[in-house]
Design a binder for this molecule. Sequence first.
Ligand SMILES: Nc1ncnc2c1ncn2[C@@H]1O[C@H](COP(=O)(O)OP(=O)(O)OP(=O)(O)O)[C@@H](O)[C@H]1O
Ligand SMILES: O=C(O)c1ccc[n+]([C@@H]2O[C@H](COP(=O)([O-])O)[C@@H](O)[C@H]2O)c1
Length: 198
Amino acid sequence: MQIGPDAPAGFRIGLLGGSFDPPHEGHLHITRWALRRFRFNRIWWLVSPGNPLKTRGPADMDRRLDACRALIDMSRVEATDIEAHLGTRYTAETLAALKRLHPGVRFSWLMGADNLMEFHLWEDWRWIMETFPVGVLARPGAAAKAALCPAARRYRRFRLNRVEAGRLSHARAPAWALLTGAMSAASSTAIRARGDWP
Ligand SMILES: Nc1ncnc2c1ncn2[C@@H]1O[C@H](COP(=O)(O)OP(=O)(O)OP(=O)(O)O)[C@@H](O)[C@H]1O
Ligand SMILES: O=C(O)c1ccc[n+]([C@@H]2O[C@H](COP(=O)([O-])O)[C@@H](O)[C@H]2O)c1
């Protein structure tokens, strides 16, 4: 049975998990950036059934998935509700399932710098770090602080520099990179606060 988008062996696929409640320009910005700088063949947006650390549940999955698909303007990027099909909620469980289902694919985990700051609170975060390359994209207010957070400090020896970041999608874990540069200030919270969603 195929679960999720097409994933040919040998492909390097970046996984951007999120609530996407709603999706916005910031998600597009970091996706473009990661595709280019980390050299992925594909990026999948994993639309989460619900962040395990958030008490407030997101809007209906179909609504969020449709909004992601309407927004995505890159042929190498797809949105999927794979976690709902796998029945996983924690990222480590999702990654373990994807690794089993697609043994020939090189998956990397992607996130904004705000999530790196909380990464040490995630279930089995060290296993994630030691099993998959991790690409982090700067976000306003989080870029400089993220470089000093617990996860960054613990794995500082494995941080790729600006030039080395170009081989992140090929790298053997542990390997992670924090891209800095032009950032997008967009956020789902701000869109919801304006009453534009759902
Ligand atoms: N503007 C942005 N710059 C960098 N990373 C971002 C940006 N917006 C979202 N991300 C990252 O994309 C992933 C999914 O984010 P999410 O769907 O939670 O959006 P959000 O805007 O952070 O939502 P909320 O405001 O509800 O927390 C996370 O790793 C997050 O850090
Ligand atoms: O696995 C965990 O413990 C965990 C804790 C917090 C967040 N995550 C994942 O991080 C991604 C971003 O979450 P969010 O709500 O900030 O969009 C999403 O895929 C979540 O499932 C995962």
